[in-house]
Design a protein around this ligand. Structure first.
Ligand code: LUZ
Ligand code: MOS
Length: 776
């Protein structure tokens, strides 16, 4: 604990931009540290609330012959057992593709697939009742490997293809061509708050649902489909959630639909909060990928051509897999310019829970493959990977394989600033000397540049709305579509309203995220929440300001564009007139000025043609470079990260502490994915890493001993809120550097190490690399 906090204090290097940096804190911090933050399960329950529990499949692929729940039904305290045949609407929860039943009707496709809902007076009774249910299955062949699914032609969606230049011809002109495989594993979200929802019938056929979701509208839409009622009958409300990381973008919906269904059938409030074990077993995770690469370079290490085939382990239903697959292609060349590129991606259907969004959304998987290809080329060509990386960095005006032109490209500036500020040459010398003088410990270095596109890749989703009320006493209430999940978006929304009206943030109250106040929201995802909702909020504030300006200009006989709102006052400099914000609002209210507004924002300039896979899908890109150094214990295979030193492109950060927290959290989560977190399903489709004792997430002992983050001196992007660039997902991809730093340390102990590019780099794999396959 200690160590980390000391580092935290030191790691904040001042934003060098001329823009006045905002020293705002995370407004939730006092609540969190005093334990007063209210999550879904902290809500007082209404009298008569019942508790739901899912009875789930215990086999990964089967036909259901018969189900016997007669004993469970008779149990004292059990109110109802609900099956697919009780669903009044459509038994369907698939968002992009309609291929997923809420409750299995005739077949089950993964272990943990919901079959029945038990509704009882307590959670414990529901749990005991589940144990009395028996199912007769006729088991079918189970597939857990995406390549086997590919060979059998089992896909969740159509293959995707991105191409630029002509790789076939280009490979002929390459001095070096290398082909190989790369694997990256899945990742469990481990949001601290498990999935859950609470549905309360409103007495008139309508339903109010509290849900731990990133996507209130997705929940609303799913419930309306299941119940066969229109969306206006369903109100979804989210106060905040205890982490999401993508796991609650689409996969919060089934639990909400389950309580909504039970509440409707029984006409009682129904709640369901998943136990950790249920959540681990029943929900999807980051997609594991098996990939094949082919990279061609000239004598100097310039990459001329790159091909990759990606086999995505999609799980048993499409969920968000097609969109995740597409983002893999968008980030297939990471932060590099490669003139000839040919990428193919397949979403493969397997018998594990449907995999889903996870911070980075397929991007990290694509980036791992190009980094593996570069590492391999460097090894074969006896060059440093760092040289190959630096020679191929994206530059201003370069065209991405999807047709967008790199504008305000910061790839080289981040790289160069990192190299300089962290004195790479001394670092390199130190590591060389250490390795020359130590036999059982070796150090490794790796650079990890990142480039991440900001916008939902589905252009349609890039819009948002906000509702602002200024009350007659001058206090302000704001609602947006943004869901607070620990990322600090609440703080940013309050900043936007306060800054717009020139008042202190304490005058602004942020309301819950609610589908009745703000409709048709995109999920809080794609790193774009603060941009989209912040700009919609700005629009609403501006509408109110325009009315106030017009009103005041008349009162004061001045020009309406010469009014200043600052420090809780409004003033007109030339005529020396002024009044407090509260006085203004009281006066405006007495003159019947409209003090409420609804704002809207749709990202301009973006477009994408899915037929040609070309366009301008992203509002802007975020760049950065991380330098990893690690030490491997060559007797035990253990390792630690000495330092991760980053230059990150924040643009002009509007909240430095919140943004720094995102970098540190994303980095550590990325390191976890690449090193410790090993998700294992056996051949029967059983999750072997099914609890947090055998699925290891980073803890205080495994975080890098030093994390330093420096601001790139940058202007920021116009399409970012206050030019403060999106910061949620990009830092996760720095974690990929951890894998290659470890690989390099192993190579300095055993230059002949034969290791596949197979993440995560667990201590066991390190040991294999150090000594070869035959250790025991
Ligand atoms: N969700 C989504 C995302 O629906 N589309 C995206 O492009 C995306 N990108 C990152 C994270 N979530
Ligand atoms: Mo996300 S992976 O931005 O829900």
């Amino acid at each position: 604990m200690h160590l980390f906090h000391q580092n935290l204090n030191r790691s904040l290097t001042k934003n060098p931009t001329k823009q006045k940096p905002q020293k705002s804190l995370n407004i939730d911090a006092p609540l969190h540290v005093t334990g007063r933050t209210q999550y879904l399960d902290d809500m007082p329950e209404l009298a008569g609330t019942l508790f739901a529990k899912v009875f789930a499949s215990s086999v990964a692929h089967a036909h259901i012959n018969s189900i016997d729940f007669s004993a469970a039904k008779k149990m004292e305290g059990v109110h109802r057992i609900i099956s697919h045949s009780d669903i009044p609407g459509e038994n369907q929860i698939g968002g992009i593709i309609a291929d997923e039943e809420l409750l299995a009707s005739t077949e089950v496709h993964f272990i943990g697939m919901p079959i029945l809902i038990v509704v009882a007076e307590t959670d414990i009774i529901a749990h005991k009742a589940c144990a009395l249910i028996t199912v007769e299955y006729v088991e079918k062949a189970v597939i857990t490997d995406p390549v086997i699914a590919y060979e059998k032609g089992q896909f969740l969606s159509s293959p995707l293809h991105f191409e630029s230049g002509n790789t076939k011809d280009a490979f002929k002109n390459c001095a070096h061509v290398f082909e190989g495989k790369a694997y990256s594993g899945g990742q469990e979200h481990v949001y601290l708050e498990t999935q859950g929802a609470y549905a309360i019938p409103q007495g008139n056929g309508a339903l109010k649902v509290y849900s731990s979701t990133q996507g209130p509208t997705a929940v609303q839409r799913t419930i309306s489909r299941i119940l066969g009622v229109s969306m206006n009958q369903i109100e979804v409300d989210v106060n905040r959630i205890g982490g999401g990381f993508g796991g609650k973008e689409d996969q919060a919906s089934p639990w909400a639909a389950i309580v909504a269904l039970a509440a409707t059938i029984l006409n009682k409030p129904v709640k369901y909060i998943l136990e950790r074990g249920e959540d681990l077993r029943m929900t999807g995770k980051r997609h594991p990928y098996t990939s094949h690469y082919k990279i061609g370079l000239d004598e100097d290490g310039k990459i001329l051509a790159y091909e990759a085939d990606y086999y995505q382990n999609g799980g048993a239903a499409a969920d968000l897999s097609p969109a995740v697959l597409q983002r893999t292609l968008f980030h297939g060349t990471n932060s590099y310019y490669i003139p000839h590129v040919n990428l193919n991606a397949y979403s493969c259907k397997t018998n594990v829970p449907p995999n889903t969004a996870f911070r980075g959304f397929g991007g990290p998987q694509g980036m791992f493959v190009i980094e593996a290809a570069i590492h391999r080329a460097a090894r074969e060509m006896k060059m440093s990977a760092i040289d190959i990386q630096s020679k191929n960095l994206l530059f201003e005006g370069a065209e991405f394989p999807y047709g967008q032109i790199a504008e305000d490209c910061e790839a080289t500036r981040c790289w160069d600033q990192a190299k300089e500020e962290y004195d790479f040459y001394s670092l390199e010398t130190e590591v060389k000397e250490f390795n020359a003088t130590h036999q059982t410990k070796k150090k490794g270095i790796a650079f990890m540049p990142i480039c991440f596109g900001i916008s939902f890749t589905n252009t349609m989703m890039n819009n948002a709305r906000a509702l602002v009320h200024v009350y007659s006493d001058g206090s302000i209430g704001i609602s947006t579509g943004a869901v607070e999940m620990g990322q600090g978006v609440s703080s940013k929304m309050i900043q936007v309203a306060a800054r717009s009206f020139g008042v202190d943030p304490s005058n602004v109250k942020l309301e819950t995220t609610n589908t009745t106040r703000v409709a048709n929201t995109s999920p809080s995802a794609a790193s774009a929440t603060a941009d989209l909702n912040g700009k919609a909020l700005q629009d609403a504030c501006q509408q109110i300001l325009d009315r106030l300006n017009a009103f005041l200009a008349k009162e004061w006989s001045c020009a309406h564009d010469s009014l200043d709102y600052e420090n809780g006052t409004v003033s007109h400099y030339d005529s020396k007139q002024g009044m407090t914000w509260e006085e203004l609002i009281q006066l405006a209210f007495s003159k019947r000025i409209n003090l409420s507004a609804k704002g809207h924002y749709a990202t301009p300039k973006i477009h994408f043609d899915t037929k040609t896979s070309k366009g301008h899908p992203f509002a802007y890109h975020v760049y950065g470079t991380a330098i990893f150094t690690c030490t491997v214990d060559c007797l035990r295979g253990n390792y630690e990260f000495d330092a991760v030193q980053i230059v990150h492109d924040f643009g002009a950060s509007m909240n430095e502490l919140v943004d720094l927290g995102q970098i540190e959290g994303g980095l550590v989560q990325g390191i976890g994915w690449m090193t410790l977190e090993e998700l294992i399903y056996n051949e029967k489709g059983q999750l072997k890493s099914g609890n947090l004792a055998n699925y290891k997430v980073p803890d205080i002992y495994s975080v890098p001993k030093k994390v330093d983050v420096k601001y790139l001196d940058a202007e920021g992007a116009d399409l970012a809120i206050y030019k403060s660039k999106a910061v949620g997902e990009p830092p996760l991809m720095y974690g990929i550097g951890a894998y290659f730093a470890l690989y390099n340390a192993i190579l300095s102990f055993n230059p002949k190490a034969e290791m596949e590019y197979d993440a995560p780099m667990t201590a066991e794999k390190v040991l294999m690399g150090l000594y070869g396959e035959v250790v025991l």
